[in-house]
Write a protein that binds this ligand. Structure first.
Ligand code: NAP
Length: 248
C-alpha cells in the first residue's frame, strides 16, 4: 500500500497499523530523512521521498511503484496540512499586500492538500487492485464548517467531489473510494511548533466526548475502510472528531 504523508502524524500511524498486519507500506513525503526514519521504525516499510505537488516527481513515484510492486491494493492520501506553515511569498514589491497574501494562502493550500492527492491518485489509478482496491483521502472537519480564512477548508472540501466522481469511475472495477475527515488530532506536525493551551481547550471543549483525537483514531478508521468488511462502503466521508462538528 502507498501512504502519502506517511512519515509523520496520521500517515505514520496508518502505516504502523497496516505494518502490524504484515503489509508492505510505501511512505511518501518531501523530507527524505523523515520518511527514511519512519520506515526504519516499521518492519515492512519502504521510504519514497517525493514532492507530490510536482508532476515529474509523482511520475517518478508511479514508475518506482510499477517496477517494484506492479499493483497497489490501498492508496492513502494523507499528505497535506495547514498551508500557513509553508514558506511564504518571496520578499519583494507587493508581497506584503493583502491580495498577495490571499493568493499565496489559497494557492499553497490547493497545492499541498488538493493537487498532491489528485496527482498521486491519477498516477496510480490504473494500477489499483481490481477487484478490491481502495482509495482513501484525508479531508477535515474544516471542509464542513470552515477554517478561518477558508483556504484550507476549501482545499479539503475540493477532495469530496473528486472522490465521489472517482468512486463512480472505479466502482465497476470493484474499487472503493472514501474520505476520512478528522477533527483536532494531537501528536502530529499539523500545528507546527505547538498549540496554545487556550486554543486546545476550545477544540477539546467542542467534542462531545471531551478529548482530543489521536492519530490512531484516524488510522483505525482508514484501516476499516480498507478492509474487506467495508467492501460495500464507497463514495462516503467518515468524520472522526468526537462529535465536534455538531458543536457544543
Ligand atoms: N492534525 C489534525 O488535527 C488534522 C485534522 C484534520 C485533517 N488533517 C489532515 O490529515 C492529514 C495528515 O496530517 P497530520 O495531522 O498527520 O499532519 P503532519 O504530521 O504534518 O503530516 C502531513 C504530512 O504530509 C507530508 N506532505 C505535505 N506536503 C507534501 C507534499 N507536497 N508532498 C509529499 N508529502 C507532503 C508531510 O511531510 P513533508 O513535509 O516531509 O513533505 C507530512 O509528513 C493532512 O492531510 C491534514 O490536512 C489533520
Amino acid at each position: 500500500m502507498i501512504i502519502s504523508g506517511g512519515g509523520t502524524g496520521i500517515g505514520f500511524a496508518t502505516a504502523d497499523c497496516f505494518d502490524r498486519d504484515g503489509d508492505t507500506t510505501v511512505l511518501v513525503g518531501r523530507r527524505a530523512a523523515v520518511v527514511e526514519r519512519a520506515a526504519d521504525r516499521l518492519d515492512h516499510a519502504v521510504a519514497l521521498p517525493a514532492d507530490l505537488t510536482d508532476p515529474a516527481d509523482v511520475a517518478r513515484v508511479a514508475t518506482v511503484v510499477a517496477e517494484r510492486w506492479g499493483t497497489v491494493d490501498v492508496l492513502v492520501n494523507a499528505a497535506g496540512g495547514n498551508g500557513s506553515l509553508e514558506p511564504g511569498p518571496e520578499p519583494g514589491p507587493g508581497s506584503e499586500e493583502p491580495l498577495a497574501a490571499a493568493a499565496h494562502a489559497w494557492t499553497v493550500n490547493f497545492r499541498i492538500n488538493t493537487l498532491s492527492a489528485v496527482l498521486l491518485t491519477e498516477a496510480l489509478r490504473d494500477r489499483l487492485a481490481s477487484p478490491g482496491g481502495r482509495v482513501l483521502f484525508l479531508s477535515s472537519i474544516a471542509a464542513y464548517r470552515g477554517s478561518g480564512s477558508g483556504a484550507y477548508a476549501a482545499s479539503k472540501a475540493a477532495l469530496h467531489p473528486y472522490a465521489y466522481d472517482l468512486a463512480g469511475a472505479l466502482g465497476p472495477r470493484g474499487i472503493t473510494v472514501n474520505l476520512v475527515a478528522p477533527g483536532y488530532i494531537e501528536d502530529t506536525e499539523f500545528f507546527g511548533g505547538g498549540m496554545p493551551p487556550e486554543r486546545r481547550a476550545t477544540l477539546v471543549g467542542q467534542t462531545l466526548n471531551g478529548r482530543p483525537g489521536t492519530p490512531g483514531d484516524v488510522a483505525q478508521t482508514l484501516h476499516w475502510l480498507a478492509s474487506h468488511a467495508a467492501g460495500h462502503v464507497t463514495a462516503q466521508s467518515v468524520q472522526v472528531n468526537g462529535g465536534a462538528e455538531r458543536g457544543r
